[in-house]
Design a protein around this ligand. Sequence first.
Ligand code: GLA
Length: 380
Amino acid sequence: MNTLPQTVTQVFQNRFGEPPTFVVRAPGRVNLIGEHTDYNDGFVLPLAIDRAIWIALRPRTDREVHIHSHDFDETAVFHLDRLFKETDHWLEYPKGVAWALQEDGYQLTGWEGVMAGNIPKGAGLSSSAALELATARAFTAVTNHLWDPAAMALLCQKAENRWVGVNCGIMDQMISAAGQEGHALLIDCRTLETKAVPLPTGTAVVVLDTNTRRGLVDSAYNERRAQCDEASKFFGVPYLRDVSITDFLSSEDQLKPLIRQRARHVVSENIRVLNAVTAMLNDDAEMLGTLMNQSHLSLRDDFEVSSQELNVMVELAQAQPGCYGARMTGAGFGGCAVALVAAKTTGAFTQSITTAYQQATGLTPAIYVCQPAAGASVMG
Ligand code: GLA
């Protein structure tokens, strides 16, 4: 059982001398398939994981927000009428969310609370999106606004893009806002329509953290976005989402080789996502695994966002008994891979992959068997 909700409740009680009015949570995520497709208006199939950020809080009568981070043992404060960007600090995420909500016309009030989380930071499991959505959930709880997951995801993405300055797509915020327990979520990143899809019977999703982190991820990410834009201009459409495989094949020869590779990844990945949904609805773990393997090759060879360690991890995972498929997940260049594994083999899988990865790289991986969780919520 997860004790973090109890921890934030207890620490809140100790600091404020009464129980919190609300305890809110927002989860991290792992993407099953559909990588670097969100900013091309395409399809993604992530799941919210059973790791989250929790905030225990109560309203304040003034316009200040006081957040005590239990993990950093630090209290930080901002005023809703005096929002300024400061240095690289976790408070910039809650501040950015307050800014985006107010820009959109939300009348906010202050609150104070205690926050704690168990999403590893910087691993590509979207701890920042979880912090944004937990903050948004806290504001909507204290001001008694309706919770509209897609609207909140968009505002949190705006906070990340324009306040924090990271040029991400909508996937991470959307799955943290709208995840469904026991399911992955097909998200159409153009319309933000979602469809919950159950995992194949008897399978588990395992996150494999290579324990490598790369600098320059942001610049490589922005470069990929620019290359995708160049490709969509060539095809005369707003986004690569609008290019069918037939369109692509009929004129790919006229594209510069690098831009052709990038476009081929996005066009084929969108098809793989839709095929993955069909496979899941048919309870076909083999097919889902095959599509994940294909996605990895496309990311490695065409989109070129994998890394040596990610390739080692994926190949080791694919070779384990009980593994249906594996691929790098998230932006790439380091961080995590994801594997679909027969649930009854996860213990043996975890042990042998840990040893094999250590032997191959000298690094110790972190491995998480994940349960698909619900999106941001106020706990009952
Ligand atoms: C990061 C971004 C997402 C998405 C993925 C790649 O996680 O935050 O918006 O673009 O990379 O699929």
